[in-house]
Write a protein that binds this ligand. Structure first.
Ligand SMILES: Cc1cc2nc3c(=O)[nH]c(=O)nc-3n(C[C@H](O)[C@H](O)[C@H](O)COP(=O)(O)OP(=O)(O)OC[C@H]3O[C@@H](n4cnc5c(N)ncnc54)[C@H](O)[C@@H]3O)c2cc1C
Length: 410
C-alpha cells in the first residue's frame, strides 16, 4: 500500500454521493443524536472522522476510559452509507472459507472466520448492555447454491467450516421450498446471526459514547492533516483547528487520499424493500454467485432484497440505471420466491466497497504514528466495524490484540 504525499496535506477524504433513492429505514422511527457546532479550536485526545456505524462503535469502545473523544462528521448524523445498509449482520464472510484458504492459507482464513463469529456475538452483547432499541433479532442464515459454489461446492464448504469448529447444515431444494418458499437447489444453514435497523443501531452507539463524555460535532469537514512529534493537527473546511493525540478515519467509502489499499475497490449496488406482509419471516440469505443477491426480513414482515452489483463507482452512471436495476432485482426476487407476490415500496442505489479477500483493512496508516483507519467494507461491513472498534481501541488503550496483524494495512 502506498501513501502518497499531497501538497495540501495528507488524507483529505473523497466526496461521494453515497446513495440515491429512499432506503427502507426512512419508514421507521428516526432517532435523534445531539450534535454540536464546532466554532472554536478543539484540543482532544482522540478525534474520530465519521459518525457512521464504524465511528459510533469506535467511540463507544474508547469513551469512558478517561480519554477525551470527539467525533466529527461532515454530514448530519446518521446520513452516511450506514443509512443505506440492509444490515444483515453475519459472521459468514463474503469469500467462502474454502476460497479464502486458497488465497491466504488455512491458519489466517480460519482466524478471520472465527473472529467474525466472535464479532457478531460482541455486537449482540453491546446492544444488550447499552440497551439499544434497534429492532434487533437473532436470525438463521442461508448460503444459497449459485454459479460460484454448487451443491458439491457447498458440501466442501460445510466440511471446511466444520473442521474449524463452525459447523453448518446442508439443506436440500425441497426443504428450501417447503420451509422458506425459496427456489434453489441447496443451501448451507447457520444459526445465530443478527438483523436490526442500522440507523437506530448507530444512534444507540453514538448516544452511549456521548453519555460517557464523547462529543459529536456536525457538520464538520476535516481537511489537511499534519502529524507532529506527538500531535495530529487538522484544519476543517471552515478554518477551525483540531488537535488530537490520535486520529481515526472511519470515513466509510469516502476513503482518505493516499490510503488506497490496492485490494479495496468502490462499486455500485442496489436494494429494494417490499410492503410488510403480516407474519412474513425468513432467515437472512445470500447467494454464491457473482453478482449475487441477498436478503432478509424486517421485524414487521418486509422483504429487504439487494444485489445486482456493478464494478463502477461513478454515481451518475449508478443513478442512470436505477429503473433498470429495480426491474432486474424484482425479476430475481420473483424467481427466488415463485409462490409469493411482493410489492416494492422502497428502492435505493448506493456506493459499496469490497476487497479481494472480503476482509477489511484496519489499523495504523503506514508511515503515520498515531493515525488509524477503519476500512470496514463489504457485505460484512457492520461485523467488520465491530472488529475495527475492538482492534483500534485495544491499540490506543495499550493492550494490542493478538489478531491485529490479520487485518492490518499491508
Ligand atoms: C446498499 C448497502 C447494503 C449493505 N448491506 C450490508 C449488510 O447487509 N450487512 C453489513 O454488514 N454491511 C452492509 N453494508 C455495508 C455497511 O453498511 C457499511 O460497511 C457501513 O455502513 C459503513 O459504515 P461506516 O461508518 O464505515 O461509513 P458511513 O456510514 O458512510 O460513515 C462515514 C462517515 O464519514 C463522514 N466523513 C467522510 N469524510 C469526512 C471528512 N473529511 N470530514 C468529516 N466527516 C467525513 C461521512 O460524512 C460519513 O457520514 C451495506 C452497504 C450498502 C451501501
Amino acid at each position: 500500500m502506498a501513501v502518497q504525499e499531497h501538497p495540501g496535506g495528507l488524507m483529505i477524504t473523497e466526496a461521494r454521493k453515497l446513495y440515491t433513492g429512499e432506503p427502507v429505514w426512512t419508514a421507521y422511527r428516526q432517532p435523534r443524536v445531539p450534535a454540536e457546532e464546532l466554532g472554536q479550536p478543539l484540543s482532544t485526545d482522540i478525534v474520530i472522522i465519521g459518525a457512521g456505524i464504524s465511528g459510533a462503535m469506535i467511540a463507544e469502545a474508547l469513551s469512558g476510559h478517561g480519554l477525551d473523544v470527539a467525533i466529527v462528521d461532515r454530514r448530519k448524523p446518521l446520513t452516511g452509507s450506514t443509512a443505506a445498509s440492509t444490515a444483515l449482520i453475519q459472521y459468514e464472510i463474503d469469500i467462502p472459507l474454502t476460497q479464502l484458504t486458497e488465497m491466504i492459507g488455512i491458519e489466517r482464513a480460519a482466524a478471520a472466520w472465527r473472529r467474525s463469529r466472535v464479532a457478531v456475538e460482541s455486537i449482540a452483547a453491546k446492544i444488550r448492555t447499552n440497551k439499544i432499541d434497534c429492532a434487533f433479532e437473532r436470525k438463521d442464515s442461508l448460503y444459497l447454491a449459485g454459479d460460484l459454489l454448487d451443491r458439491n461446492g457447498l458440501e466442501a464448504e460445510a466440511s471446511a467450516r466444520e473442521a474449524i469448529g463452525l459447523a453448518t447444515a446442508l439443506v436440500d431444494g425441497k426443504t428450501l421450498r417447503q420451509d422458506y418458499g425459496m427456489k434453489c437447489d441447496a443451501a448451507l444453514l447457520n444459526q445465530n446471526n443478527l438483523t436490526c435497523n442500522p440507523v437506530q443501531l448507530t444512534a444507540g452507539f453514538l448516544k452511549a459514547a456521548i453519555e460517557r463524555g464523547a462529543k459529536l460535532y456536525s457538520p464538520v469537514t476535516v481537511e489537511s492533516l499534519t502529524e507532529t512529534a506527538n500531535r495530529i493537527e487538522f484544519t476543517t473546511s471552515d478554518g477551525v483547528r483540531i488537535s488530537a493525540r490520535h486520529a481515526i478515519y472511519a470515513s466509510g467509502y469516502e476513503m482518505p487520499e493516499g490510503v488506497h489499499p490496492k485490494k479495496h475497490d468502490i462499486a455500485s449496488t442496489w436494494a429494494l424493500a417490499t410492503a410488510p406482509v403480516k407474519g412474513f419471516d425468513i432467515p437472512l440469505f445470500w447467494q454464491s454467485s457473482d453478482p449475487y443477491v441477498y436478503g432478509r426480513a424486517s421485524e414487521d414482515g418486509r422483504l429487504i432484497f439487494g444485489g445486482e452489483d456493478e464494478d463502477f463507482a461513478d454515481e451518475g452512471k449508478r443513478d442512470a440505471v436505477m429503473e433498470e436495476k429495480q426491474k432486474a432485482l424484482e425479476r430475481k426476487l420473483s424467481k427466488l420466491f415463485p409462490d409469493e407476490r411482493f410489492e416494492t415500496t422502497h428502492f435505493w442505489g448506493a456506493s459499496f466497497g469490497g476487497s479481494e479477500t472480503g476482509l477489511p483493512s484496519i489499523g495504523k496508516v503506514p508511515g503515520k504514528k498515531n493515525v488509524y483507519c477503519a476500512m470496514a467494507y463489504g457485505g460484512n461491513g457492520i461485523t467488520f466495524s465491530r472488529i475495527a472498534a475492538d482492534l483500534i481501541a485495544a491499540s490506543i488503550l495499550g493492550r494490542p490484540d493478538p489478531e491485529a496483524a490479520l487485518f492490518e494495512f499491508e
